[in-house]
Design a protein around this ligand. Structure first.
Ligand SMILES: [Zn+2]
Length: 249
């Protein structure tokens, strides 16, 4: 399941963004028409001084919730109609330029939609699009790529959670674990370690990967530790007999 981060609009702005308490009856899908990530879409939505609002923005990493589901949004251009009053509005990010980020955002939105359907015990017929309410061609890129295709993605996740095999669960866990490792490997070195890293690299004790990148925050295996110690011993042996007073200090 796509992870959901809550950045709920402060109650002091409910009068503008979501004045009505209500019971949701459907999901409404949108494309942002923008190239900004979900966090930015939500903070911009909350802070701009107009009535435009929605419940979730979803990008290639996560879903960000900006409004409570039990309040309305101003998103589908139908005034006090069923779209605004009863819809849970989901904006899919990166629809302006499309490409890989959009594809992943759309996939994440399908996961979020499936999660909402299950939570409310709704069928696939509760997934609607902005266009259904005021005719605006939104979600434009999702429509270009095929609305039925999107519904099939939602259906896959909707059914998938109930019928997942152990092998599928393991595959997801592996994927998540690899993602965590990648994120860890991409982190920069701490300030206090930078000089030490430069020193062990200059001296051939440790080296970078095939691209010369050091990945300072990655884990180390026992075999990698053995290589480091062996390099260090090689270095010492190379100096044997010429350990000067200076180096012995
Ligand atoms: Zn829309």
């Amino acid at each position: 399941m796509v992870s959901i981060v809550k950045r709920i609009c402060p109650e002091s702005r409910y009068w503008l963004k979501c004045p009505f308490g209500r019971t949701a009856t459907r999901v409404v899908i949108h494309n942002t028409g923008n190239d900004a990530p979900a966090e930015n879409e939500v903070s911009y939505m909350i802070n701009r001084d107009d009535e435009i609002s929605f419940h979730y923005a979803v990008d290639d990493w996560k879903a960000v919730q900006g409004l409570p589901e039990d309040r309305n949004a101003w998103a589908s251009g139908d005034g006090m109609g069923k779209g605004n009053m009863e819809g849970i509005h989901i904006e899919i990010c990166y629809s302006k330029s499309g490409g890989g980020r959009f594809d992943k955002a759309e996939d994440n939105a399908a996961q979020l939609t499936a999660e909402i359907l299950r939570r409310y015990s709704w069928g696939l017929d509760k997934v609607t699009k902005h266009q259904d309410y005021d005719g605006k061609r939104c979600p434009h890129r999702t429509l270009d790529l095929g609305w039925d295709r999107f519904l099939k993605m939602v259906e896959k996740y909707y059914k998938g959670a109930e019928e997942m095999t152990e092998a599928q669960v393991r595959a997801i866990a592996r994927e998540e674990f690899a993602k965590i490792e990648q994120e860890q490997a991409a982190k920069p070195a701490a300030k206090w370690a930078e000089a030490k890293i430069a020193k062990v690299m200059e001296n051939g004790i440790m080296s970078g990967d095939q691209n010369g990148e050091f990945h300072p925050q990655s884990d180390m295996t026992r075999q990698e530790a053995a290589v480091v110690f062996a390099n260090f011993l090689d270095k010492l042996e190379g100096r044997s007999g010429k350990v000067s007073g200076e180096e012995a200090k």
